[in-house]
Ligand binder design. Structure first.
Ligand code: PGA
Length: 260
């Protein structure tokens, strides 16, 4: 019997690709990637492309994720998109990405509401957490990670914690940042230990063991194997490398080959 844990490979396309380009790119990926029960591939296009891609996608092959949404059901929130409007298109939603936190000043309170709204809507939130370069320099990595977990999961009950995925994305490692450098395996193992220990404190040991924790930050096809082999890491959240078919397909193949 194959006892290995499910791996997640999540592509965050950010604000790239027109709807036409996204459709062509999805077609390219569909032709090159065989579905696998071991690896869940999740694509997060721009909101505008979710509806057309949801009609095109083979959900056995790929699931779709929202990059963002607003947590209220409907109403006078100019420019926002509610989960009730995209529920049929996506199975996952990225929440608390550092670009949302620091470019758009998304608050911890909003992030907590978004995680809760996604869980209520049967959409799996991928809660992104991670320290800034300054926090790391000041020795505040653990505090930053635990604070973000405490606030982001504030509205999530013990019954629902298995519906959440955590992505550890140290802000200084994300390729869009000046002087970005990938995290070392030691950095990641340490952070994942902190994450699981804190989840154990909040929700118990079983929840801490069961929760999926991904790594994200400057991952490419040459570095992905080493990250996927790390103890406690269940997958990758990939930005820039996910926009290049050769890179992304190679990473998916590597994930399929990881046995742990
Ligand atoms: P990157 O982005 O892979 O380009 O560093 C990761 C992310 O922002 O999720």
């Amino acid at each position: 019997m194959d006892n290995s844990r499910k791996k997640y490979i999540v592509a965050n396309w950010k604000m790239n690709f027109t709807t036409g380009e996204a459709s062509l790119y999805l077609n390219k990926l569909s032709n090159r990637i065989q579905p696998s029960r071991k690896v869940q591939i999740v694509l997060a296009p721009s909101t505008i492309s979710l509806q057309p891609l949801s009609l095109q996608v083979n959900r056995r092959q790929f699931k779709l994720a929202a990059q963002n949404f607003y947590w209220r059901e409907y109403g006078a929130y100019t420019g926002e998109v509610a989960l009730s409007q995209i529920r049929g298109f996506v199975d996952y939603a990225i929440v608390g990405h550092s670009e949302r936190r620091y470019v758009f000043n998304e608050s911890e309170a909003d992030i907590a509401q978004k995680v809760a709204a996604a869980v209520r809507s049967n959409i799996t939130p991928i809660l992104c957490i991670g320290e800034t370069a300054l926090e790391r320099k000041d020795g505040e990595t653990a505090a930053a990670i635990c604070d973000q977990l405490a606030s982001g999961l504030h509205e999530v009950s013990k019954e629902d914690i298995d519906k959440v995925i955590i992505a550890y994305e140290p802000v200084w490692a994300i390729s869009s940042n000046k002087n970005a450098k990938p995290a070392t395996p030691t950095d990641i193992i340490e952070a994942v230990k902190i994450i699981r220990k804190y989840i154990a404190k909040l929700y118990g040991k079983d929840a801490a063991e069961a929760i999926s924790v991904l790594y994200g930050g400057s991952v490419n096809k040459d570095t992905s194997a080493a990250y996927l082999e790390l103890d406690g890491i269940d997958g990758l959240l990939i930005g820039s490398a996910s926009l290049i078919a050769d890179q992304f397909c190679a990473i998916v193949e590597i994930a399929k080959g990881v046995n742990k």
